[in-house]
Design a protein around this ligand. Sequence first.
Ligand SMILES: Cc1cc2nc3c(=O)[nH]c(=O)nc-3n(C[C@H](O)[C@H](O)[C@H](O)COP(=O)(O)OP(=O)(O)OC[C@H]3O[C@@H](n4cnc5c(N)ncnc54)[C@H](O)[C@@H]3O)c2cc1C
Length: 805
Amino acid sequence: MRTHARAVVIGGGVVGASVLYHLTKRGWTDVMLIERSELTSGSTWHAAGGMHTVNGDPNVAKLQAYTINLYKEIEAISGQSCSIHMTGGIMLAGSPERHDFLKMMRSRARYLGLDMEMISVDEAAKMFPLMDKSHFVGALYNSLEGHVDPTGVTNAYAKSARIAGAEVVRFNRVVETNQRPDGSWDVVTEKGTIHAEHVINAGGLWAREVGRMAGLELPVMAMEHHYIITEDIPEVLASPKEQLHVIDFDGEIYMRQEGKGGMLIGTYERAGVPWSERQTPWNFGHELLPNDLERIAPSLEVGFSHYPALGRAGIKKVINGPFTFTPDGNPLVGPVRGLKNYWVACGVMAGLSQGGGVGLSLSNWMVDGDPGADIWGMDVARYGDWTSMAYTNAKVRENYSRRWRVRFPNEELPAARKLKTTPIYDSLAAKGAVFGASYGLEYATWFAPSGTDQNENWGFERTNAFAPMLAEVKNVRDNVGLMEISTYAKYEVTGSGAEAFLSRVLAGRMPKTGRIALNPMLNEQGKIIGDFTVAKPADNCFFLIGAGVAEHYHMRWFEQHMPPTGVAIRAFGAELVGLTIAGPKSRDVLGSLVADDLSTAAFPFLSIRRMEVGLIPALVARISFTGDLGYELWVKPEHQRALFEALLAAGQPYGIGLFGARALNAMRLEKGYGSWAREYRPIYTPREAGMDRLIAMTKGSFIGRDAMMRLSNETPAMSLLNFAVDANGADAFGDEPILHGGKVAGWVTSGGYSPTAQQSIAMGYVFSEFTDKDEGFAIEIVGENRAAHRLRQPLFDPEGTRLRA
Ligand SMILES: Cc1cc2nc3c(=O)[nH]c(=O)nc-3n(C[C@H](O)[C@H](O)[C@H](O)COP(=O)(O)OP(=O)(O)OC[C@H]3O[C@@H](n4cnc5c(N)ncnc54)[C@H](O)[C@@H]3O)c2cc1C
């Protein structure tokens, strides 16, 4: 065994083996994989081997397609069969909602270039004669589905990596990972210590335990999972073709052929059971768990009634094995904040669909410093240190039980709620707030007027939140609205080197003292990795506001780029909370509580100042994401309640009303403002996003400048455009294709409704060949093409006079 390696992968499941292979493919051949037992000895060996491109995040779906197409490559290199069965698959809808959901999946596949088509029940039954047509209303056909042999795949990865120079050590447990002062790692194993530059935790079922060796508590937990294999079925034996893969959403089951005549049926039963909730035993070997047919009986009963031939066949084998999930069901990939050269590739619930994409992006990240794709949906940094084990447990159970259920636009899920609340939570609740959770923090999405239902009737059509949202916006536009904004991320950057540091990591101008400047953050490739409001309340002191869900992600980047001395950075989290007031009368409201002159001459748009607001010391910024005259007020949590009450009382004569995040979203859309994780993601450049006016090319060196220079003579591949849409009761939400002349012209990033213009609207990226056009667009909403025309200017206050008034 080598005693030194550039990188050591801990864990020889399908994911670790893929990471090893991809590192060698990228030229890192001095790499090792350490496996406690035989390869595949976690959840991989008993996986059903199914693979498909279904994922709620289109970027993850793309990486799944990459994975599936990879298997021929590793077979060819290694000579090891992966037993690839590309059967194609159908997803069956038993309800109109599910049918709509499938139409939306097909729409998304259209712009992702994936081959999926809606088919009728009759067509589905021709492809899969075992089904009883009476239970279904339609289906989606996906050519990129099938199954492989998980052990074959893992060995093919490992062999391919070995051929390129990697070493695979089996039957050798890693017992410690100790970091040296220079950031490299001593990986202590049963057979000796390896000094490694980089460590990758691909511990699968033991990812938590491996993480704990480095002081990490990863939000991962295993659930038990059953599948059964039937005896041979005459209809299957007689069929000239292998049976398709089938996902039956309403039965919560999936199926495929096993062997010559059997069928494999897996269930995501609602009463799912976690396994080894706190600690995975090291002595768990190539083992299965006791069967619990009673638990999966409701799902099987649905299966037997939907596919009568399965009910007639005997059960040959039952498999119950554990595999890991994260709170949102997507993997944890990437560098861990604060642990130099420590990487994770775990929490992968669909290793045969996703393992290749995980290996590809992680190896790119390690070699190039960038994953090479938009993997925000899988980035380990999307969780901070607030994910307690109990939170993970509750979310994982919820996720498992909802695996095949429709998630509607804006739908909030009930598990692990009220983990984080602000001091005005109860006051908001008393006023009818309907809450959502973002990064674990409760926030008001809309306010149900007194006497109306606070439960939202989720669906693809506008819900009962629509009318209250319109009223909330109207009150902001006519009078003044009050909203809590504690979900934003807030940072303080101080020290003699603060300005130089920020000017290097951010691409815009630094504000003067007392002023605010909007600032995109770019990576070396010139792609957008953040958008910040940067304020300078005092000399050598900056206050930044960014996307709340990206706090950990952005802190990781800041910390990686900090100079050794002269700068201190702090993320406030819930230690600083905020309220905003916006609307034409907001100045009057604030003016009645402060001694400061709020006139535009004295406190213009994009100003910041410490003020006493009533009794409360606050940092007040004249800025508003509503696109209206407005202020953001930041205070310590102990002052928030007093500030809330003071603003409400002072606002009474001006008709102050509360508004929620839905109203804010409508207002930012009608103003044409983009938002992180929607319009701004690491696949877009500032020119594509229309942010180039914020880039200070002349200020000197900053991260991303060279790439911006290189790209400056090229036409942007796409541009972010705004559209008015002829919708009919259902608005675009995001991820719908934008069409022109029947061709895919781009995709929607956000959609909604402009209360001011009373118009359905959408924002999205459109390829350059279509960006000179105004008419002839269509947006596919719930399977229907809706005519759309480009908006050349925002529907609300195009000149920005309200904002600057
Ligand atoms: C019943 C069942 C059916 C499934 N069906 C499918 C399917 O159809 N399609 C699909 O895509 N997925 C399926 N899965 C999920 C799939 O099995 C997982 O996504 C996949 O196996 C995860 O692989 P991994 O490499 O992350 O983890 P694991 O397979 O758990 O591998 C981790 C490895 O790390 C090793 N290890 C851990 N700690 C150490 C240490 N300290 N030192 C050395 N080695 C260590 C372990 O021994 C293990 O071999 C199924 C799972 C189950 C249980």
